[in-house]
Design a binder for this molecule. Structure first.
Ligand code: ATP
Ligand code: MG
Length: 357
């Protein structure tokens, strides 16, 4: 068994990856793949929470998400990129974990509530919508992951995962009630209690200046956007005021003016940032246009090598081969966990010999 720390994280195939994914999670994945055992999931079953009626679109987006991750620098030799629907242990564990969680606990999750609201679902959501949060606990625990690099919105899901892991270890593995999280594995628990690894930028705001940048909200800057398109999208950002009068203090609060979060995150030179912020706040001969140009150039500088790398993966067959090999590795790892789970939870009767192409 590998001694390295195991990492699991992933994306829902609801569209192409954007710069929010980069700062919130993918950048960290590219670092972690050097030293850790990394599994990056494409959550295509979870995409059916909102897109069960468009299976071929989800199918296409799986390939797009993988291609974007590769463009951003995920190395398929080092990390396994895999498809959720092709790893049976994930669905099996979802079923079992759903039994360990009170219904009301699942529904109390603030990210779930936000999503239902933002996506305009009110009371018209499928049974599977809240179930996906339980599914996510299975995705993580199936790899007995130690750490999960994610954006801020995922922290409540991680908390649910930690609860399931603790409950399982206590119920089926004899881990004592008050055992500290770090000791669960050494005390015989099947699951380590995983931690959320939230980066410096846990929530990049979208170009609408209001919501989290999010594939489903159309407020994104994608890795596949051309330099011209990036300029155009940045140009359209509303900065919290219609027309600034000379000597008016400008709004540099990133909550109200997304340009200033982008300035902080994407412009590297500290002195430039301080200078721009200072002049803008004083209304000193600087308009939105200048800041926008600076930000657009910085984002394009980040995206250019990704656009270039993406060309190597233009052929779907090449991406599918990456997914096939990543999925095989994911199956091997999760089957090991499944055997351990079945041994202690009373669900295993026969030696399992699962053969998958
Ligand atoms: P959807 O709109 O379908 O929910 P999404 O854009 O929110 O899509 P996900 O696939 O849900 O993307 O998220 C993948 C990962 O990227 C998660 O770890 C999430 O926290 C992170 N992430 C997504 N958007 C942002 C953002 N704007 N800022 C920081 N991290 C983000
Ligand atoms: Mg999301």
């Amino acid at each position: 068994m590998s001694e390295r720390q195991r990492i699991l994280t992933g994306d829902t195939p609801t569209g192409n990856l954007h710069i929010g994914h980069w700062v919130g999670s993918v950048k960290r994945r590219v670092q972690l793949q050097e030293k850790h055992e990394c599994y990056f999931l494409i959550a295509n079953l979870h995409a059916y929470t909102t897109r069960a009626d468009s299976p071929m679109d989800v199918h296409r987006d799986c390939i797009e998400v993988a291609r974007d991750a590769l463009a951003m620098g995920v190395d398929p030799e080092k990390a396994a990129i895999f498809l959720q629907s092709e790893v049976p242990a994930l669905s099996e564990l979802t079923y079992l974990f759903a039994m360990l969680l009170p219904f009301n606990r699942v529904m109390r999750n603030p990210t779930l509530k936000d999503e239902l609201k933002i996506k305009g679902l009110a009371d018209n959501y499928s049974f599977g919508f809240p179930l996906y949060t339980v599914g996510q606990t299975a995705d993580i625990l199936a790899f007995r992951a130690h750490s999960v690099p994610v954006g801020e919105d995922q922290v409540p899901h991680l908390e649910l995962t930690r609860e399931v892991a603790r409950r399982f270890n206590k119920m089926y593995c004899g881990v004592p009630d008050k055992a500290p999280d770090e000791e669960h594995e050494s005390l015989g628990g099947v699951f380590p209690i995983p931690v959320a690894d939230v980066g410096k930028v846990g929530r990049l705001v979208g170009t609408d200046g209001q919501n989290k940048m999010s594939k489903s909200l159309g407020n994104t800057i994608h890795v596949i956007d051309t330099a011209k398109k990036v300029k155009k999208k940045i140009g359209k950002i509303y900065t919290g005021q219609d027309s600034r009068q000379p000597n008016d203090p400008g709004i540099v609060d990133p909550e109200k003016n997304p340009l200033f979060q982008y300035l902080d995150v994407f412009v590297e030179d500290e002195a430039t940032k301080v200078d721009i912020r200072d002049r803008y706040e004083r209304g000193d001969n600087i308009g939105d246009g200048e800041v926008k140009m600076l930000v657009a150039d910085a984002i394009n500088e980040l995206l250019e090598p990704m656009r270039e790398r993406r060309l190597q993966y233009e052929d779907d067959a090449v991406v599918l081969e990456v997914l096939r090999s990543g999925t095989a590795r994911a199956i091997a790892s999760t089957e090991e966990t499944m055997q351990m789970v079945k041994d202690v939870a009373g669900t295993g009767f026969f030696k399992r010999t699962l053969t998958l192409a």
